[in-house]
Each structure stands twice: as structure tokens, then as C-alpha cells.
Design a protein around this ligand. Structure first.
Ligand SMILES: Nc1ncnc2c1ncn2[C@@H]1O[C@H](COP(=O)(O)OP(=O)(O)O)[C@@H](O)[C@H]1O
Ligand SMILES: [Mg+2]
Length: 350
């Protein structure tokens, strides 16, 4: 649906040109929710402005729906822009227009719709985002979450194939954030709209996205399914972002390198394995003791996960590790000589 090939974007600065994006390759499939995460200044908003065709890259190519858009001009460029809906952090609503007036605005701009058609469409859009009761209110009368629902309805008005959300929940409290992310997922399911979600928060990615790319200083440093990237972060920038999302600041990585005697392993249970009493059974079978040093449990979208750093000691530690793996548990050895060749993880990490 969206493809970026070796995209660079430089801005002229005091000390010559600085690259905000530096050779970015990205591919977003039709119908998926794709996350782009990075800390402040990583180049996220620059990426957004290239995808929504507000700016052109300094180098490389951008494709939308198979079309090279880098060279599009005039009417074609306007049509392409209309196929991409934008949701902003600070909503960007027109304060002098009502809720309905804000949602109608992009439809009025096209000049293609009559009054009756516009009001019919606006009513359907407001129903979709749960704001039918508030059609006549002004933005100042709405909560932050309601304002963002107006922003989402407006972004959907011209029936875009892509919804681009740049920090869409960053101005909202956690509960409202959850509700807005649920709405985006609902829209993705109902309309099949491809969503690109730009954020600096790993929790937003964890709850919402299928795949994620980690942007660091203008480069994609890691990319893959959210379960892989979130549970097995490889690049320091990813580790930092995952750690920020941990309630106690990332105890898992704090103990990962510690020498505590025994064999320290990182165990990851996902899906049904997260709810099964696997560890105790295998410890008993192999006459092994275990100490849980750190851990986290939760969900990645609907998939439950549990991840622990455990120190194993006793009769048959190698047998216990083999048994865990046979039961579908991902076992990563932490430091020391490997008991078995490290498993290959085919994932793009720079
Ligand atoms: N119009 C611009 N002119 C000059 N520098 C810019 C411009 N837009 C962005 N930058 C620079 O590009 C880098 C990435 O910025 P941005 O894309 O806004 O990052 P993010 O959205 O991830 O915080 C920053 O160093 C920023 O200062
Ligand atoms: Mg930004």
C-alpha cells in the first residue's frame, strides 16, 4: 500500500544540510496497522509529511497503492492527498465551526457534493465515531477524546485508503488513549483502511499495531511483527523505548547480564503457553530449582504474553531448557557459554 525506497530528507541548517531521514526503506501492506516509533527528533513527522505528500524527499522514492507519487503534480497530487486521511496530535479543529461543520469541511472543499449528500455523510461519520449527540457543539465544548473523534471522522470524510496518525493520542490521558486506539482498530476492521500510527510510546504500538518500525536518528533500525520487536528488542533505541513502557523502568534488562549462579535464561511465553503451568512441571521433571529474577506479563493486542528472567539450578538444567523449548517456550540464554547453538532470529536489525 505504501512503500518507501531509500528515502532521504535533508534540511539546510547552520552547519550545512542535516538529514532528518537517511535511507529509509519501509513497506506497509494494505489493511494493516503499521506503527512507526521513535523518540523526539527521530524523523517521524518528516516521514509523515513525505507519505501525505506535503513534502518531497531529497532522494529515493515514495509509492502509494503501487503508484510512484514522488513525481505527481496538479490534479493527480490533490487526488492522492485526498486518499490519505490525517489525524493530528492537537486535533487542528476549526473553532468557529460545529462538530458537524468540521467533518463537513473537507467534503465542501472538494466541490463535488451537494448539501444533502454532505449532511448524510457527516451523520454517518459522526455515528461511526460515537458523536451523533454532539453534532451541534463547538470544539471548545468537547473533551480531548471527543475532539480527537471529530478529527478521526473528518479524516475519514473523503473515504481515504490510508489513515496517517501522527501522535494522535499523545495529548490524551491513558484511559482516553485506550478508547481512541480501540476506535482506530474498529475502523481498520470495518473499513479495511490501512493505518500508519506514529508515536513515541511503545504502549500505543503494543495495543494497536500488527507490525512496527523503529526510527532512530533518521534510520529504520529495527522492524518486524510487534510481538517480536516488543518481546525481543535488539537495537539500543528499541530497548530504550520498551524500557520506558515498563512500570519499574525495565528490571528485565537490569538483571539480564548479572551473574547469579545457576543458568540465567529469559523465558517468553506467548499465546496459550502464557496461561499454562509449564515452568513448574518441567522444573519438577528435571529436578531443577528456579528463582524468578524479573518479569512482565500483559497483552500484545489480544495475545497474552509472559516473560521472565529465571535462574535455573539443579540436576538437569539442559534437559529443563530442552523441555521448555519443546513446550513452545522461547528460551534465550543470558551470558555464559551456550548450552545449545543460539537460535536464528530472522529479523531486520541494523
Ligand atoms: N522544516 C524543517 N527544517 C529544518 N529542520 C527540520 C525541519 N523539520 C524537521 N527538521 C529536523 O529534522 C529532525 C527530525 O524532526 P521530526 O521529523 O519533527 O522528528 P519527530 O517527529 O520524530 O520528533 C529534527 O532534527 C528536526 O529539527
Ligand atoms: Mg513529530
Amino acid at each position: 500500500m505504501i512503500r518507501l525506497e531509500r528515502v532521504t530528507k535533508s534540511f539546510a541548517g547552520k552547519e550545512g544540510a542535516a538529514a532528518a531521514l537517511d535511507g529509509v526503506d519501509l513497506s506497509v501492506a494494505k489493511g494493516e496497522i503499521f506503527g512507526v516509533i521513535g523518540s523526539s527528533g527521530a524523523g517521524k513527522s518528516t516521514l509523515v509529511r513525505l507519505i501525505n505528500l506535503l513534502e518531497r524527499p531529497s532522494g529515493g522514492d515514495v509509492f502509494v497503492a503501487g503508484e510512484r507519487v514522488t513525481e505527481a503534480r496538479g490534479e493527480r497530487l490533490r487526488a492522492l492527498r485526498r486518499s490519505i486521511g490525517m489525524v493530528f496530535q492537537h486535533f487542528n479543529l476549526l473553532s468557529a465551526r460545529t462538530v458537524a461543520g468540521n467533518v463537513a469541511y473537507p467534503l465542501e472543499l472538494t466541490g463535488e457534493y451537494g448539501k444533502a449528500e454532505i449532511s448524510g455523510r457527516v451523520a454517518a461519520l459522526l455515528a461511526r465515531v460515537g458523536l451523533s449527540e454532539h453534532a451541534g457543539k463547538y470544539p471548545r465544548q468537547l473533551s480531548g477524546g471527543q475532539k480527537q473523534r471529530v478529527g478521526i471522522a473528518r479524516a475519514l470524510a473523503c473515504e481515504p485508503s490510508v489513515l496517517l496518525c501522527d501522535e494522535a493520542t499523545s495529548a490524551l490521558d491513558p484511559q482516553t488513549t485506550g478508547a481512541v486506539l480501540d476506535l482506530l482498530r474498529q475502523i481498520n476492521r470495518d473499513l479495511g483502511v490501512t493505518i500508519v500510527l506514529i508515536t513515541h510510546e511503545m504502549d500505543v504500538i503494543r495495543r494497536t499495531c500488527d507490525r512496527v518500525a523503529v526510527l532512530d536518528r533518521g534510520r529504520v533500525v529495527e522492524e518486524g511483527p510487534v510481538t517480536d520487536v516488543f518481546l525481543h528488542p535488539r537495537h539500543p533505541a528499541t530497548l530504550r523505548l520498551v524500557r520506558e513502557a515498563e512500570p519499574d523502568g525495565g528490571s528485565l534488562d537490569a538483571v539480564a547480564g548479572a551473574d547469579l549462579g545457576g543458568r540465567t535464561v529469559r523465558l517468553t511465553f506467548t499465546g496459550p503457553a502464557a496461561h499454562k503451568p509449564i515452568l513448574g512441571r518441567i522444573a519438577r521433571e528435571n529436578l531443577v530449582d528456579y528463582a524468578i529474577l524479573a518479569g512482565r506479563v500483559g497483552h500484545i493486542r489480544e495475545t497474552p504474553y509472559a516473560q521472565f528472567i529465571v535462574s535455573l539450578s539443579g540436576r538437569d538444567v539442559a534437559g529443563a531448557i530442552a523441555g521448555l523449548r519443546a513446550s513452545g517456550v522461547d528460551v534465550e540464554l543470558q551470558g555464559g557459554a551456550p548450552l545449545a547453538p543460539p537460535e536464528e532470529r530472522p529479523r531486520h536489525v541494523v
